[in-house]
Design a protein around this ligand. Structure first.
Ligand SMILES: C[S@@+](CC[C@H](N)C(=O)[O-])C[C@H]1O[C@@H](n2cnc3c(N)ncnc32)[C@H](O)[C@@H]1O
Length: 442
């Protein structure tokens, strides 16, 4: 069966925003895990020179992403806000975990747009940030669409003397819509106790070199070898995943001719496995060196793949085309500065005021203009710049959000954002002085 494989060497957010809605059957993603490490391919391997960083800073995250995400998924915005508070950092040095979650959240939201109603997504992560990612998946895809937490267990890697050896990754499987999801169950061997035949009525038993077994539905713990130093499929690309792992996911979540997307494709393991199974695929990776490697890997697959008997009817086309033109309307209106009521019409209802407060909070990434610190949405109020006593109204250009503290301390007068901040600094200074006097009096 002829299959097509497209590779984009580009930031995946931009690529995904240019793909048609509901066009993808299966997404597998193996993103950076927030491991705070730099990955580099060993010298002398096919991937020599390939590297990617997995250390996160707020400067890696575009200012408007948090706002966009909160607009589409307000509860997810609040969840990330709680993470920032939990980490106890001030606005300017917000935590790397939050930066990572914003980076991932905005992309997961995009993936949901791309999946067909029968589609599914497999998010590969490890215990470093997996518990946060699962909550994000619940917000984006819905907890009711959670299907499995797959444990991929392996032997390789080191061990610490202070913990149990860490020998598994986690793969969260979610459906776009659990009622319609395309899932193709698979069987696995279950060896009999003592490896002897049970001879139960109506139970088929088989024997291999290990002993007697029955066939049962595949379980959610998978033991598959990592790509080791001596493994024939090894390219040397850091964090390369085994084809056998991808084969299993692709078989379970797609049919021949379906489209599989891997937005963090690395050395194209998903594309190679898709080609082997007659699926079409799209791979995206931001690393140029990954691009060269992918090219070589897919080209050589066509003639000779060390692990598989090549199905002669599979035709791999390597493409690195220009980005397709967007074929759909923009998904998010990013115009936070202009709330959705006509200019100067007063917000009439509590719901309109709350929406205006949230839009401003999102647009400012949760940073209060008074104290310039991050504040949880729950502890904010809608302020009239020109106060009510002077005839100020709840109109779009006369309102802003403030934290409850700054709003309480604001006198009944007009104060620009800068003037509010100056007042805040004076107040802080006065408090510190008072503390100092009190402690010297003691
Ligand atoms: C864990 S590796 C994926 C390994 C892959 N599963 C394989 O088997 O080779 C993560 C990949 O994500 C890529 N990446 C990181 N940020 C990206 C972005 N914004 N867009 C596209 N790719 C990105 C990195 O270059 C890296 O190759």
């Amino acid at each position: 069966m002829k299959s097509r494989h497209q590779i984009y060497i580009h930031d995946n957010l931009e690529v995904m925003r240019n793909l048609p809605e509901q066009s993808v059957d299966l997404i597998y993603l193996d993103p950076p895990f927030n491991s705070k490490r730099m990955y580099e391919a060993p010298i002398g391997t096919k991937s020599e020179g390939a590297k990617f960083h997995d250390v996160w800073r707020m400067s890696d995250v575009k200012d408007h992403w948090f706002g966009e995400l909160s607009e589409q998924y307000p509860a997810l915005g609040e969840f990330i806000a709680s993470v920032i508070i939990m980490q106890g950092k001030l606005a300017k040095n917000r935590s790397d975990l939050a930066a990572y979650l914003i980076f991932m959240g905005i992309r997961l939201a995009e993936m949901k747009w791309l999946l067909k109603d029968s589609g599914s997504i497999y998010l590969h992560c490890d215990p470093t940030a997996g518990h946060y990612l699962k909550i994000m998946m619940d917000y984006v895809f819905g907890a009711k669409n959670f299907c499995n937490e797959i444990v991929w267990s392996y032997k390789s890697g080191g061990a610490s003397m202070k913990t149990f050896a860490k020998k598994h990754d986690v793969i969260f499987y979610y459906a776009r819509n659990a009622k319609n999801v395309a899932f193709f169950p698979m069987k696995e061997k279950s060896y009999n106790r003592d490896l002897k035949p049970y001879q139960f009525k109506d139970v088929e038993e088989y024997e291999d070199e290990t002993g007697w077994y029955t066939l049962v539905n595949m379980k959610d713990v998978w033991t598959i070898d990592m790509v080791g130093r001596t493994s024939r499929e090894r390219t040397g690309y850091p964090t390369q995943k085994p084809v056998a792992l991808l084969e299993r996911i692709i078989k379970a979540g797609s049919r021949q001719g379906d489209l599989v997307l891997d937005p963090f494709c690395g050395c194209a393991t998903t594309n190679v496995a898709s080609a082997m199974l007659g699926r079409n695929s799209i791979g995206v990776d931001v690393s140029r060196l990954a691009g060269k490697l992918i090219h070589d890997r897919l080209q050589s697959y066509k003639d000779r793949h060390p692990l598989v008997t090549l199905n002669e009817t599979v035709k791999v086309e390597y493409k690195c085309p220009a980005l397709p033109k967007s074929r759909r309307r923009p998904r998010v209106v990013l115009d936070y500065a202009k709330p959705k009521v006509p200019a100067q019409r007063e917000y009439a209802t509590a719901a309109e005021k709350k929406a205006a407060r949230r839009a401003d909070w999102s647009a400012r990434n949760g940073i209060c203009p008074g104290c310039r610190e991050f504040v949880h949405f729950r502890f904010t109020e809608l302020d009239r710049r020109v106060p009510g006593a002077e005839g100020g109204k709840y109109t779009p250009d006369n309102t802003r959000f403030l934290c409850t503290d700054c709003n309480r301390n604001k006198k009944d007068e007009y104060l620009s954002d800068d003037a509010l901040y100056q007042n805040y600094l004076k107040r802080k200074h006065a408090e510190q002085e008072a503390d100092r006097r009190e402690s010297s009096a003691d």
